[in-house]
Design a binder for this molecule. Structure first.
Ligand code: GLU
Length: 424
């Protein structure tokens, strides 16, 4: 970026730019379009007060970033995590642009986050924090501008508060301003399981193209939140894979005969949300989980989970990125050299935003679809776009991540070209 005075917000964003540039070079992307797409369009940082239950006011920092809106309103989740920072949020917004474009959804990319450990606060405090944060970023938000959704540590109740806050502020109920809401409040059937369902669909497609039988393929899942637990459940119960290991921040559990995921989910829910101490398996560390001798590895936690040091010991043949940005640049090099088939985040975990799109469409029409319809439409889109990416991989003789970027960049570049640069 030496010709430019612009600075990437940090190292994660720089890694994301490298992923983009690798694809841009292969397709000889127009220089003007390349320059434009490398940078986030809008960044908002807010510092805001929240009154705690004891009457004390605490200050928080949060962000909303829109990377690009050439194809439609910005779309992307909001996360609550103690490590949230601008580099992370901007990178996640950047990836949302490509994720929406790979799925051919009429959206650009956005993301938000608040630097907070929600486990240290009461439910009322989280409600006050959510409502104040949403009011602070409301200038960027709207059903035709930017539509938030859940991400790490946010859920349907928080989406309901966001929707209510926006609606109170504008004086009318606007369901379509947020997705991932409760089903009884403008939410969509199948939204909460959608990311895990999408991960399972692409895992089965990946197994297919590699000539592996998904039935009885062994699987390890890192992360047991919304994405990890729904993936483990669907890939085992509906696709017949054998999930032998699962982990979360409290540690992991291994059972060579396969874990009973429903039982593990019940245990987690009765155990403060953690799987630590689950009796029907052997405890393992996070590193042991990632380097297990399994067919399919599914990182479904946070960024940078697979480092170079871990990558050299990975034995899985397929990696499906349930999380956003779980593989570092150096790790990816090692894995590709070893011939590991990596289905990248922007394709693998796009089931969530795809059903968010269905939710938004249903809200705008005030006409709601049933679960079979949602699942059928999701599967059709994911299988089709997996096929597009795989075809592109073959055509350019490249890896799946670069192929996914090529498919996505082509679509965004077309929108930019047709819209032009305002003012000319
Ligand atoms: N936070 C999810 C993601 O990273 C979902 C975004 C959405 O539904 O808008 O893809």
């Amino acid at each position: 970026m030496s010709e430019s005075l612009l600075q990437p917000p940090g190292p994660l964003y720089e890694m994301a730019q490298h992923q983009f540039l690798k694809a841009a070079e292969l397709i000889n992307l127009d220089e003007n379009i390349k320059r434009f797409l490398l940078w986030p369009q809008r960044i908002l940082t807010v510092h805001f007060p929240v009154m705690k239950d004891n009457g004390e006011v605490q200050m928080f920092v949060g962000y909303r970033v829109q990377h690009n809106t050439a194809r439609g309103p910005a779309k992307g989740g909001i996360r609550y995590h103690p490590n949230v920072n601008l580099d992370e949020v901007a990178s996640l917004a950047f990836w949302m642009t490509w994720k929406c474009a790979v799925m051919n959804l009429p959206y650009g990319g956005g993301k938000g986050g608040v630097r907070v450990n929600p486990k240290e606060f009461s439910e009322r405090e989280i409600e006050r924090l959510s409502r104040r944060f949403f009011s602070e970023i409301q200038m960027m938000i709207g059903p035709n501008k930017d539509i938030p959704a859940p991400d790490v540590n946010t859920n349907e109740q928080i989406m309901a508060w966001y929707m209510d806050t926006y609606s109170m502020n504008v004086g009318a109920t606007v369901l379509s301003v947020v997705t991932g809401k409760p089903v009884d409040l403008g939410g969509s059937e199948g939204r909460s399981e959608a990311t895990g369902r999408g991960v399972s669909i692409v895992a089965s497609e990946a197994a297919d193209v590699l000539g592996m039988d998904i039935r009885n393929a062994t699987v390890a899942v890192q992360g047991f939140g919304n994405v990890g637990s729904n993936t483990a459940r669907i890939i085992s119960k509906e696709y017949g894979a054998k999930v032998v290991a699962v982990s979360d921040i409290s540690g992991g559990v291994y059972n060579e005969n396969g874990l009973d995921i429903d039982d593990l989910i019940s245990y987690r829910d009765e155990n403060g949300g953690l799987i630590k101490g689950y009796p029907k398996g052997k405890p393992i560390t996070n590193r042991e989980l990632l380097t297990l001798d399994v067919d399919i590895l599914i990182p479904a936690a946070l960024e940078n989970a697979i480092t170079a040091d871990i990558a050299k010991d990975i034995k899985a043949k397929i990696i499906i990125e349930g999380a956003n940005g779980p593989t570092t640049e150096e790790a990816e090099k090692i894995l590709l050299e070893k011939g590991v088939f990596i289905v990248p985040d922007i394709l693998a975990n796009a089931g969530g935003v795809t059903v968010s799109y269905f939710e938004w469409v249903q809200d705008l029409q005030s006409f709601f679809w049933d679960i079979d319809d949602i699942r059928k439409k999701l599967k059709r889109i994911m299988v089709k776009q997996f096929g597009e990416v795989y075809k592109t991989k073959k055509k350019f003789n490249t890896d799946m991540r670069t192929a996914a970027y090529i498919v996505a960049i082509d679509r965004v570049a077309m929108a930019v070209k047709r819209r032009g640069y305002y003012p000319m």
